[in-house]
Write a protein that binds this ligand. Structure first.
Ligand code: NAP
Length: 485
């Protein structure tokens, strides 16, 4: 049986589109991108909260092969990033390969035909010789398990499902969570809300956001001399790599963290507020955040930072552990994402009926974050242990795509050897044990018992080097079974 496509790609975010772009650049036309939504963009389509932007500079947080002379500033905002992604997809004719409103609900390896049968939410099936998943790590919003949450009478939504129809002007707004998403929208909401109450479970280390608009002259120069963009990209990349080295060097004691502490002290004079905002764990254990306007927002008269835990919710608002009711018209959950399953609810079945859920019973793992033993020609982009805390994920994705292209060039169904994958992950966890993420904090990078599932332990360059050359010896060709008589 011939498959419908050589390659089926799940997801039209940065990673899925990168795979599609690279296939197209090679002259490949037999591929499809299955996307649950009705537009490209992934996380940059989903997150529309006020102030949303990227904390990696844009000349690095973009495809290396599609530099953009028109980035408006050093760190760009969500609308500019989304426009960039759509523009690249249009420029390369990718919309012809996109199938929208086609959430993948499951995929099964057909051992006789040697292809993937991929089921979409509308009941359809797509067959493909290879299945590339690009489902992202941050797209399953997590709501906090607060007793009485559903009893709240007013509008309530997650930061990744921002409800722009709710007018926050003059309202009493309660926000739970103070991670990378919250610190971007809290200053914006504080400007218009009557009262903003922010519930913080643990503070973050925050450093200044060194952004500025690019001048018209600079942008003209980028257009005229594209190599100047590459030079900026290289410089940002090297600075980011050096930051990782600095973090790894220290599980530094709190007194030795001059930049974030100076930032806090410069922006918050009130000693009580400062104390509440000072972390008691190592810099870099959670993602270090960047912001110039979060601390000042907390010093506004209409903003209160609450560090008591939330006890329960009522129709009127949020009750903290001291029994105090914080009345609210609107509640916003900035409580992050379910980041540990990687595949979400998507049911993936490989050789001999083994499911990915079973294979990952002790936590998701893969070889190089890309391949899983027993799942032939299944390739993951931004899979287990490929997230970074210090550099651009686009760089990682491009390295993975190049690796997958080499694997596809073999033209046979292949599966990583189980022992290779096991050795790789044992070494990986040893390396992760001495990183800052293993420190004394909670984060979305690790499970409650401390196993780090999301992050790569080294530099981005070290990862690119590890995947630069497809290592055929780590794989075996998958035998097909004979059709039943
Ligand atoms: P997050 O970093 O996981 O933060 C979630 C926040 O909610 C934390 O403050 C957490 O407290 C709190 N929380 C979670 N469950 C809770 C509960 N049951 N009760 C009370 N508090 C609870 O999520 P995020 O802010 O959405 O960011 C996730 C990631 O997305 C970032 O690390 C980053 O990689 C990416 N992101 C990037 C940008 C950017 O580029 N600027 C912007 C947004 C997001 P604890 O800290 O105590 O756990």
């Amino acid at each position: 049986m011939t498959a419908d496509y050589k390659v089926a790609i799940l997801g039209a975010g940065f990673a899925g589109l990168c795979m599609a772009l690279r296939l197209k650049a090679r002259g490949e036309t037999s591929f499809v991108v299955l996307e649950k939504a009705n537009e490209v963009g992934g996380t940059w389509r989903e997150n529309t909260y006020p102030g949303c932007g990227c904390d990696i500079p844009s000349h690095l947080y973009s495809y290396s092969f599609e530099p953009n002379p028109d980035w408006p500033e050093v760190y760009s905002a969500q609308p500019d990033i989304l426009a960039y992604i759509k523009g690249v997809a249009e420029k390369h004719g990718l919309y012809n390969h996109l199938r929208f409103n086609s959430e993948v609900v499951g995929a099964t390896w057909d051992e006789t035909a040697g292809l993937w049968r991929i089921r979409t939410v509308d009941g359809g099936t797509v067959t493909a010789e290879a299945f590339v998943t690009a489902w992202g790590q941050l797209n399953r919003p997590k709501l906090p398990p607060i007793p009485g949450r559903d009893s709240f009478a007013g509008p309530a939504f997650h930061s990744a499902h921002w409800d722009a129809s709710v007018d926050l002007a003059g309202k009493r707004v309660v926000v739970t969570g103070n991670g990378a998403s919250a610190i971007q929208f809290v200053p914006e909401v504080a400007k218009v809300a009557g009262q903003l109450t922010l519930f913080q479970r643990s503070p973050n280390w925050i450093v200044p956001r060194m952004s500025r608009p690019y001048t018209p002259d600079e942008r003209a120069n980028f257009r005229a001399a594209p190599q100047s963009m590459q030079a900026i990209r290289d410089e940002i990349f090297e600075m980011a790599e050096a930051r990782l080295a600095a973090k790894r060097a220290g599980t530094l004691p709190v007194e030795e963290v001059p930049i974030p502490l100076a930032h806090l002290h410069a922006q918050v004079a009130d000693l009580d507020l400062r104390a509440k905002l000072t972390p008691d764990y190592e810099v870099g254990c959670k993602r270090v955040l960047i912001s110039n306007d979060f601390y000042p927002a907390l010093t506004r008269p209409n903003v209160e930072l609450v560090v008591e835990t939330i006890d329960h919710m009522t129709p009127q608002g949020v009750v903290d552990a001291t029994g105090r009711l914080h009345e609210a018209d609107v509640v916003i959950y900035a409580t992050g994402f379910e980041t540990k399953s990687f595949a979400g609810e998507t049911a993936i079945t490989g050789i001999a009926g083994q499911t990915l859920a079973t294979a990952w019973a002790n936590g998701p793992e893969a070889y190089l974050g890309i391949s899983v033993a027993g799942f032939p020609n299944l390739f993951m982009l931004y899979g287990p242990n490929t997230n970074l805390g210090h550099n651009s994920i686009i760089y990682m994705i491009e390295a993975q795509v190049d690796y997958v292209l080499q694997a596809l060039a073999l033209g046979a169904p292949i599966s990583v050897k189980a022992e290779v994958m096991a050795d790789y992950n044992a070494r990986l966890q040893d390396d992760l044990a001495v990183t800052p993420w293993a420190g004394s904090c909670t984060s979305w990078y690790k499970t409650p018992d401390g196993k780090i599932l999301n992050n790569w332990p080294g530099t981005a360059r070290a990862y690119a080097e590890a995947v630069a050359k497809f290592d055929a010896g780590a794989y075996e060709v998958t035998k097909l079974t004979q059709p039943a008589e």
